[in-house]
Structure formats: C-alpha cells, structure tokens
Design a protein around this ligand. Structure first.
Ligand SMILES: Cc1cc2nc3c(=O)[nH]c(=O)nc-3n(C[C@H](O)[C@H](O)[C@H](O)COP(=O)(O)O)c2cc1C
Length: 188
C-alpha cells in the first residue's frame, strides 16, 4: 500500500430497532473487507446490542453520549473523519428527527455537521409497516431525499411486530453490497 493510501472510512449509526443484530453482521463483514468503521449508537440501540459487541467488531471505541468526558468534539471530528455515513437500522424516530434538523443527540449533531453536498449520507429504514407508511415518516423520507440523503430500500416479509410488508432492514449482505459499491474502489 502506498504511504499515503488509507482505508476507506465508514461512520455507521445504529438506532433503536430489533434489527440492530443484522447491522452487526454487516459491520463484521465490512471490517473484514478492509473498511475502517466507527460506530455511533443511540441509547435506544443499546437496548438491543452492547457497546462491547461493536468495539469487538470494529476494534474502535463506540460513541453514544454527546457529553462523554474527553470526547466532547466527537460530533465534529467524526463528521470530518468519515467518507460515508450509514444509518442502519434507521428508526422512524431518528428519520423524523433528522429531517427536522434536531441536534440534541450525537446522530442529529453529526448529521448537521456533515457536508451533505460533498460526502454521502445514507439511511436504511427499519420499522413496522404502519410507521413506515405514516405520512410524517413519508414526508421525512421525501425531505431527506431532497436534501441529498440516499434512502436505501426496505425489504419485505415478516416484521418483528408479527405483521407482513415493507419495513424490514435490508439483509446484511445487501447492506455490504451497497457500501462496497461506494467504498470498495477506495480499498487499496
Ligand atoms: C422491541 C422494540 C423494537 C423496536 N423496533 C423498532 C423498529 O424496528 N423501528 C422503529 O422505528 N422503532 C422501533 N422501536 C421504537 C424505538 O426504539 C423508539 O422509537 C426509540 O425512541 C428510537 O430511538 P432512536 O431513534 O434514538 O434510536 C422499537 C421498540 C421496541 C421496544
């Protein structure tokens, strides 16, 4: 690898959905593929997976609390550091908050600190079909898309709530495929 070459950098956000475990599979495969990954988890996501899991998979510390001692500028530094941001799973709550420009947590602050015209920010929604079809969520997705955010599709099938339909988080191999299509060419 030339002295100046570096690994592509992915900022991976996990928000509070049962499908966080699927994101962990994707993170594992992307790390093995040579992508440097830093993770940001909402407090709700920590109800589904542990920081130790993500630290183990990425070899990097996990960010969650904007006010953590010694990491106060993380909301700017991580936005500067990454080549691509991916929110997967993206909850209805986070999507609606991002579209409103809320910045009272790490996900929202990083979104506003992100130069959206220069670097890609993607969301992979995961939620109950009614939450996905709700006019507020649909309006947020449309707004985010208009701002330059790439909204990845959802899968169809059995949802954790017992219903069927769209709203499933993409499968890990599909998430991996999308990220590698974007960052793969940068792997030296
Ligand atoms: C068991 C369980 C599963 C959930 N799964 C989802 C989900 O898949 N999608 C979603 O939008 N919200 C889901 N929620 C609700 C979110 O966790 C909740 O709205 C939370 O405030 C999201 O916070 P965050 O966006 O900051 O992570 C779930 C809640 C519970 C208790």
């Amino acid at each position: 690898m030339p002295a100046t070459a570096r690994k592509p950098r992915l900022l991976f956000f996990l928000t509070g959905s049962i499908s966080c475990y699927k994101a962990c599979f994707a993170i594992s495969r992307l790390a093995q593929a040579g992508i440097e990954i830093r993770t940001v988890v909402t407090p709700s996501a920590l109800q589904f997976i542990g920081k130790s899991t993500l630290e183990g998979l990425t070899g990097q510390p996990v960010a969650s609390d904007m006010w953590e001692l010694g990491r106060a500028m993380e909301h700017i530094n991580l936005a500067r550091w990454a080549d691509l941001a991916l929110v997967a799973p993206a909850t209805a709550n986070t999507l609606n908050r991002l579209s409103a420009g809320m910045a009272d947590d790490l996900v929202g602050s990083l979104f506003l600190a992100w130069e959206i015209q220069r670097k890609p920010w993607w969301v992979a929604p995961a939620m109950n079909v009614a939450m996905l079809n709700h006019p507020i969520t649909q309006a947020s997705l449309k707004k985010l898309s208009g701002l330059g955010v790439r909204v990845l599709p959802t899968g169809e099938g059995n949802l954790a709530c017992g219903e069927e339909g769209p709203g499933r988080l993409l499968e890990p191999d599909q998430l991996v495929m999308h990220v590698l299509a974007e960052l793969g060419p940068k792997i030296a």
